[in-house]
Design a protein around this ligand. Structure first.
Ligand code: ATP
Ligand code: MG
Length: 419
């Protein structure tokens, strides 16, 4: 074969997509229970949306975007995440005019030019929820509770860690920013090139750098939590109190700074220890500055995004898997063209009655067809040969225990439905 799929992308085959559909169904069910409605935004947006909404100093904008110029000379970018688009839609589609808060969810492919490795792809899938228009700590707590409920209860994952921090607001960060620069200044020359550029523009981002040397340099850096203003401190206190009340265990991590510029106050991440380096299954927090940043009225927001591929790797690493119910109800075993026509008619009836049904189109031998029924894990084989046609009754075989019964053709549907 001469043509391959692009690096860092995947083909999902029916055995995989069956599991994806189960996960998607679980997420949609939870969204209904928690009161989130789905939003679907374009897979590409004006590049400027992400430059402003994700932030010029982030890894995403600096090195990971798929940006192209279209035939009309516009700069467009495949979405690397969905929060900026959801905020754009909030402004553009005037969701601020509806009863607040607005609770949205999304899921679908995102695109980032990253070094492909286990758990890290160039096209991957995120699910996320957002609450717009509420500054209440209860909104932060609801977002975190949703994520925790999903991983802990619905997916039953073990070795979960919920890391929690507050990254303050632009006011408290001004003093913190200065403290960080004072800390890094003497070792400026040792920082990686990217972090040198961050020193002036966004020194907090240096704490988020993946390089081991930088992490070593940053290990005694001042902590944001020592610089929170009264408002941010009280907000953080209330988020913690609500999580305590819901028995959601969190670990305070004052070094957790999310990878995006627009976060304010609450930041959190959920990790699953067992999946190695790419252990972050979900990240989120509050972003009160984002909607204004992209041109709307100042509006608070809070949300999270999770990587769906990492849900599957976490489940696999813990030896559990998402159950799918895609086994076959009925395989029709036929001999001869007259029987084929009768079976075709029966297949149509069975399918319309909601049963899954397959039949042979390749004139395979009787034995080969029964083998196929076995391989497809059919619950029932319905055999229609010449004898059966003559007597007007099919042989219905229970593939589980091998027992069989003769059932009039026009009663087969009813018989199977009753079973
Ligand atoms: P990381 O630190 O792993 O690069 P991030 O800070 O870039 O994560 P976010 O932008 O917050 O991640 O995205 C939320 C979630 O999306 C992550 O926790 C992760 O589960 C998933 N994710 C991010 N990038 C990728 C990728 N390239 N491939 C697969 N999943 C990803
Ligand atoms: Mg990243």
């Amino acid at each position: 074969m001469a043509i391959f799929r692009p690096r860092g992308t995947n083909d999902f085959l029916p055995a995989d997509t069956a599991k994806w559909q189960e996960l998607e169904a679980l997420l949609r069910t939870m969204c209904r229970e928690y009161g989130f409605g789905e939003i679907r935004t374009p897979l590409f947006e004006e590049t400027e949306l992400f430059q402003r909404g994700v932030g010029e100093t982030t890894d995403i904008v600096q090195k990971e975007m798929y940006t192209f110029t279209d035939h009309g000379g516009r700069s467009l970018t495949l979405r690397p995440e969905n929060t900026a688009s959801a905020c754009r839609a909030y402004v553009e589609d005037k969701l601020y005019g509806q009863v607040q808060p607005i609770k949205l969810y999304y899921m679908g492919p995102m695109f980032r030019y990253e070094k492909p490795q286990s758990g890290r792809f160039r096209q991957f899938h995120q699910f996320g929820i957002e609450i717009f228009g509420s500054a209440s700590p209860a909104a932060d707590a609801e977002i975190i509770a949703f994520a925790w409920d999903l991983y802990q209860n619905r997916l039953g994952l073990k070795n979960l860690r919920l890391l929690l921090n507050s990254v303050g607001c632009p006011e408290c960060r001004a003093a913190y920013r200065k403290a960080l620069q004072d800390y890094f200044r003497p070792r400026y020359d040792e920082l990686c090139e990217t972090c040198k550029s961050r020193f002036e523009r966004n020194p907090m981002r240096i704490l988020d750098c993946k390089s081991a040397e930088n992490q070593e340099i940053a290990k005694d850096a001042p902590l944001i939590t020592d610089y929170l203003c009264d408002d941010c401190r009280a907000h953080f206190q209330q988020v913690k109190a609500m999580l305590d009340a819901a028995d959601i265990p969190y670990e305070l991590d004052p070094r957790l700074v999310r990878g995006l510029d627009y976060y304010t106050k609450t930041a959190f991440e959920i990790q699953v220890a067992t999946i190695g380096a790419q252990s972050a299954v979900c990240g989120g927090g509050r972003y009160d500055g984002l909607i204004k940043e992209i041109g709307g009225e100042s509006t608070p927001g809070v949300g999270f995004a999770l990587g769906m591929e990492r849900v599957f790797s976490a489940l696999a690493a813990q030896g559990s898997d998402i159950e799918t119910e895609d086994q076959l109800d009925v395989y029709l075993v036929v001999a001869g063209s007259a029987a084929s026509a009768a079976a075709f008619r029966l297949a149509d009836q069975l399918r319309r009655a909601g049963l899954t049904c397959e039949m042979d189109y390749a004139d395979k031998s009787f034995k080969a067809q029964l083998k196929a029924a076995n391989r497809l894990q059919a619950d029932w084989a319905v055999i229609i040969g010449e004898d059966e046609l003559k007597s007007g009754a099919a042989t219905v075989k229970n593939m589980g225990d091998g027992s069989q019964e003769s059932v009039p053709l026009e009663r087969v549907k009813q018989y199977l439905l009753e079973k």
